[in-house]
Design a protein around this ligand. Structure first.
Ligand SMILES: [Zn+2]
Length: 256
């Protein structure tokens, strides 16, 4: 969460929690500040002076980079499924393709703010191969990643199982050491951050991570078939957190 005080971004990026928001709200009441938050963008605006200034600087603030830690890195993000292929359908009927795309776009924002160049296999609810054949779709995504010489390839998914009690996070790779290291960085960051059950880093033979030429992983963020985890995957707050920890895992991988 970033704090904008009288139109200036404070040099802190704190984790949002209920206590902080309650404290801020009561401070604002006591001191006659104007307080506003945008939970999807994780921004808190505080104005101790002129209320009109409050949100007018927003576009400039969002353009401001957080760091240059990932400058020069090209990252290919692959939101799983899309178009006719909905992926799994949740306990309360949310669609995996929508959760994947929303999380991937948030990961993109975070990585870009730290200097990375992002290539998306698709950035709206479509499929790049315009076909319902999942093998062809995967092949098109792989070619895109390979032709762009991306440094890493990250495919984002939701897990699903017949038993709605089953939960947790898994990250798959296709055997090479760098892919396994990337998978471990992302898996650890997600599990620590989200507090989900650690189902581990595993070998997986998914088409996209099998044929991409760079270190590649397939993330199953959580189970869409589990009511609690579906909420995590489909809510603005949960998606933001998932994106934050995936991005942190990627930064850990690059040791920046
Ligand atoms: Zn999937």
């Amino acid at each position: 969460m970033r704090v904008i005080l009288n139109g200036q971004v404070l040099p802190v990026n704190i984790r949002v929690n209920r206590d902080i928001l309650i404290t801020l709200r009561s401070l604002a009441r006591t001191l006659h500040w104007k307080l506003d938050y945008d939970t999807t963008k994780e921004l808190v605006y505080i104005s101790t002076q002129n209320i009109a200034q409050l949100t007018e600087r927003l576009p400039a603030i969002l353009e401001e980079p957080e760091s240059t830690r990932l400058t020069g890195k090209v990252i290919c993000l692959d939101p799983g499924h899309g178009g006719q292929d909905t992926g799994a359908i949740g306990f309360a009927n949310s669609l995996e393709k929508e959760n994947n795309l929303a999380i991937a776009l948030l990961v993109k924002d975070r990585l870009e703010r730290n200097g990375a160049s992002i290539l998306m296999t698709h950035d709206e609810d479509t499929d790049i191969a315009s076909t319902s054949n999942s093998q062809e779709t995967a092949a098109a995504r792989v070619s895109l990643a390979n032709e762009s010489h991306a440094d890493i390839f990250v495919s984002i998914h939701n897990d699903s199982f017949a038993d709605s009690q089953v939960s947790g996070t898994t990250t798959y790779h296709y055997g090479n050491a760098e892919s396994a290291r990337l998978a471990a960085c992302i898996q650890n960051s997600l599990v620590e951050g989200l507090g989900t059950k650690d189902r581990g880093v595993r070998f997986g033979s998914f088409y996209a991570i099998r044929y991409t030429a760079m270190p590649s992983v397939h993330i199953e963020v959580a189970f869409i078939s589990n009511p609690e985890e579906e909420l995590l995957l489909s809510s603005a707050d949960g998606r933001n957190k998932a994106a934050e920890y995936i991005a942190n895992g990627i930064m850990r991988y690059f040791k920046v």
